[in-house]
Design a binder for this molecule. Sequence first.
Ligand SMILES: NC(=O)c1ccc[n+]([C@@H]2O[C@H](COP(=O)([O-])OP(=O)(O)OC[C@H]3O[C@@H](n4cnc5c(N)ncnc54)[C@H](OP(=O)(O)O)[C@@H]3O)[C@@H](O)[C@H]2O)c1
Length: 288
Amino acid sequence: MSVELAGRFTLGDKTVNRMGYGAMQLAGRGVFGPPDNKQEAIDVLKAAIAAGVNHIDTSDFYGPHITNQLIQEALNPYPVELALVTKIGAKRDDKGGWNPAFSKAELTQAVHDNLNNLGVEQLDVVNLRVMFDVHDPAEGEISEYFNVLVALQKEGLIRHLGLSNVTRAQVEEAQKLAPIVCVQNHYNLVQRKDDALIDHLAKSGIAYVPFFPLGGFSPLQSDILETVSKELNATPKQVALAWLLNRSPNILLIPGTSSVAHLQQNIAAAALNIPESLMGKLNTIATA
Ligand SMILES: NC(=O)c1ccc[n+]([C@@H]2O[C@H](COP(=O)([O-])OP(=O)(O)OC[C@H]3O[C@@H](n4cnc5c(N)ncnc54)[C@H](OP(=O)(O)O)[C@@H]3O)[C@@H](O)[C@H]2O)c1
């Protein structure tokens, strides 16, 4: 199965295929409210598992609640090998805005909401999603907030901890309090501000999980990517994903889609080999 061609990586105490799935696109437009086509959302989740995906990224603030409820409806009872990774630290307002939610009460409630809406007794991995700047990592101390997760882990509600939207200083600050298994930041073929952080995490066996691997709400566009894709007889999105797999062995992919056809195209990227010469061409696209 082509998912396995992406290779495997140990995330906490589960070994997952490096080609995973990000569930954010399953909620309604703007990641708010229910999907236009609920059956397609359920089908995407079932198709991902059927194809061998065993790493799904989610959050209870997608919808809110709706994405986790869809995951539970489609997949519970869950395959034992599935790693469900969630994130906390934000809440939605009534217009769909994204706001920080970092008090002890909010973080604790978010863990309980994830447990209830996913229908599990323990969360495999919880990322603290830092919100000093909503869109980019920004410096600032995180110990007070991360310690709330450490306490919930000690209570047995969380198995492993991770971080999202963080700087290297924040990674090191958290590691003084508890081990982390993954970092989830914005990174792709074009946006490469985290190149050094990826290599640093690889040395300690920590997964780096790029969000917006396909550009997210601003799809990747590049003439070089188009040209290389034609040479490889693949789509630009497949090449963007295969480039990430090639970039570093600790990169785990969670491309997001609400479509079974797109899911299958994305998974097929695991079978794509990019020769060094074309990696070189793709490496010239980066803006950061
Ligand atoms: N930690 C964070 O702050 C954070 C932030 C954002 C996202 N995330 C996580 O990262 C995951 C990935 O990010 P993302 O979903 O925002 O962005 P993405 O994976 O870069 O791109 C998703 C977009 O690409 C489209 N797409 C996907 N596959 C396609 C294909 N084969 N052909 C054409 N269009 C395709 C999707 O539309 P269709 O639905 O039409 O396929 C959607 O509009 C999310 O699902 C979420 O789990 C985390």
